[in-house]
Design a binder for this molecule. Sequence first.
Ligand SMILES: Cc1ncc(COP(=O)(O)O)c(C=O)c1O
Length: 449
Amino acid sequence: MSRSTKKAAASGTSSDEILRKDSKYIAHGGGRTPIVFVEAKGSIVTDANGKEYIDCVSMGMGTSGVGHSHPRVVEAIREQAGKIIHTHLSTVNIPSVELGEKLARITPHGLNKFHFVNSGTDANETAIRAAMTYTKKKEVLSLELGYHGTTIALSSLGMSYSRHAYPTVPGFRQLPPPYCYRCPLGLDFPRCDVACANLLDDAIKYATSHDVAAFILEPIMGAAGHIVPPGKEYAKIIRETCDRHDILIIADEIQTGLGRTGTMWASDYIGLKPDIMTLGKGLGGGMPIGAAVFSEEVGSMLQKGTWAHGYTHSESPMSCAAAGAVVDIVVDEKLPERSARLGAIATKIFKQWQSKYEAIGDVRGPGLFIGLELVKNKITKERATEEATKIAAEALEMGGIFSTSHGASQQPGGNVVKFKPPMTIEEDLMKKGIDILDDAFTRVLGGAT
Ligand SMILES: Cc1ncc(COP(=O)(O)O)c(C=O)c1O
């Protein structure tokens, strides 16, 4: 038990006491796991009772991609806090300029102008407003089962569970996702001729008011359970169709960016050339930040125009300083390559499990962005949602943090167990995490089947 954990226990701030106060004082927005984390280093997280866990999901959806409290991130935050913590966004601060310069070295296809905000949601709002301003059009397309944030506008573009209680924005419309394991069109790749991409043209022609500013998509769909489009043809058709209709493509790389998929960007992996990219989560190394990334042309147009957009904490010097350190770590520690190497090892093990556990219907996702889709029956593909939830709970009890795809209660889903540890995780520790998951599978599914 570390010093601060011992102190928490000694001062009576045990998990139970904190949990009691949490339910009394904190109004949170969703299901809560009754656990209080007080410390984290690298890929190990400690709770208020001194129990240690291997973080196999980078604290949620990849937010701790470079590991918890990476020394270079901690140092950058400490140094910046001693200089200036906040500046107004109508002025200029050094960490945001330096972050832009560093990111411009690794962002693709001439996307080299950055608008820094507070979260992934803010980044997507920014991107959509920018696309509308640039194209002077107002409709937006997205993919069913996608997830882009929980404002009213972004809920309209995302999974149904995030919008069930709210109005949807007129002109925002969703299309079937490239979910080959459960093709929404009932087809099989490659005989389908990538119908899910080809129907975009008809959707634009017949189901919109020909006023579409943007098509926003996750190049690999994270919250839905790591859905990977089939082949590069998908991205090619989407690009050509959007070009024909003067529609900008926004690639939401909030979960997938900065090496997670074994390439720097998931857009590279699927061969997509976006017009705008959005970043968040792992970019801040744990600090809140999001970024909309524009081409020179779109970025300059916005700079010159009357584009009123921004938040009090946009371009936070603290978050930008932390993010600058993250970009350095991703480049210096060659994290895309590391993610590809470790991901291949983990994927090989999970694929072997398919003959051991009948419930594993699909194993997918490049790099350290892996999803194991569980089914009750491989022919009917009935979702094994309860089992997946139980597996994550058992693993947590045994000291491994895992999560499942969104939608367990509100819509079909929740049956994909996710594996996306920090890209800096040591190989042995990663294997220990996988062993815990193996034990959890055995406990829930009753051993080799
Ligand atoms: C793909 C994707 N886009 C956008 C968001 C929203 O980001 P945030 O929660 O930081 O606002 C998320 C969050 O899970 C996400 O996974």
